[in-house]
Design a protein around this ligand. Structure first.
Ligand code: F6R
Length: 272
């Protein structure tokens, strides 16, 4: 695992977006695992900008999202289907037939989960998985005590996750589903490369547990410590409580892999 610190949320999101863009340029039919949530909005905004201004090409890219609420129609504005359409899919040249999210409306959720796993395998597996992190350390919706070998399945959300995410349901917080279909921790760990992005001081406490604490199913993000190619990008605020901050800064300044990213152009106004 490599932890990379950037000064602001905008700079952290820019680094994540540049990494995704680089992988997409190397492999046009990249299989990309995608996340939703507030943290990702800036990443998608930057990818859209790279598509428009630099011709970043999504035409052959295939995507699998981490999760979807159970019981929300794809057309429901609060669904993750709608989120992805709004923030990315409708704004770049991706083929909608190549975009997949778990089916939260399936009458047989177990069969739908199995199908999702098979679809990922049929595409050759996920090349790059993008992740955010919840306040309880969840990745996808793998809440505390999710097996670290779990596969795609339906999962009951914690009251804490429901409280945080129901604020996104505007004046209808009661419509926030109690359950979701999510890739498992095992599914996520199968990705060839993982990039987790965390920004803001409200993530500082959980980042210490996830990165510098023991591997435990109580904090499913801690399982990323076992992955051979996982990059964690944090801003100074989310890194606030980390013990090895000086080393993480040192990595970005000295590791040859990061050389092309050190010259990051200043983030334009409106993206920080
Ligand atoms: C969403 C997902 C979740 C979020 C996490 C953080 O697809 O998988 O794990 O990444 O809940 O959400 P934000 O960014 O809203 O804090």
């Amino acid at each position: 695992m490599e932890v990379i610190m950037r000064p602001t949320a905008g700079a952290a999101a820019l680094l994540a977006a540049r990494l995704i863009a680089a992988r997409l340029r190397e492999k046009h039919d990249l299989v990309l695992g995608l996340a939703t949530g507030r943290t990702m909005e800036m990443v998608y905004e930057l990818l859209v900008r790279m598509h428009r201004e630099e011709g970043l090409d999504f035409s052959l890219c295939r995507t699998f999202n981490l999760d979807e609420y159970i019981g929300l129609e794809p057309a429901d504005p609060h669904s993750y289907h709608a989120y992805m359409g709004k923030h990315l899919f409708s704004r770049v040249n991706i083929d909608s037939r190549n975009t997949r999210l778990p089916d939260g409306m399936a009458s047989d959720l177990k069969a739908a989960a199995l199908r999702y796993e098979k679809d990922i395998a049929a595409c050759g597996g996920i090349d790059l998985q993008l992740l955010g992190i919840g306040h309880d350390g969840h990745i996808g919706f793998n809440e505390p005590l999710s097996s670290l070998r779990s596969r795609t399945r339906d999962k009951t959300l914690t009251p804490g996750t429901i409280a945080v995410n129901s604020t996104l349901f505007g004046d209808e917080p009661h419509r926030m589903p109690r359950r979701a279909m999510t890739m498992g921790v095992g599914t996520i760990l199968d990705a060839r490369e993982i990039v987790l992005l965390a920004t803001g001081s409200n993530k500082a406490a959980i980042m210490v547990q996830a990165l510098e604490g023991p591997v435990t199913s109580m904090v499913t993000a801690s399982a990323l410590q076992l992955h051979p190619s996982c990059k964690v990008i944090v801003d100074e605020a989310a890194a606030g409580d980390l013990k090895a901050k000086d080393y993480y800064r040192w990595i970005f300044e000295n590791e040859p892999e990061w050389e092309p990213y050190r010259d990051a152009p200043p983030v334009k106004k409106g993206t920080t």
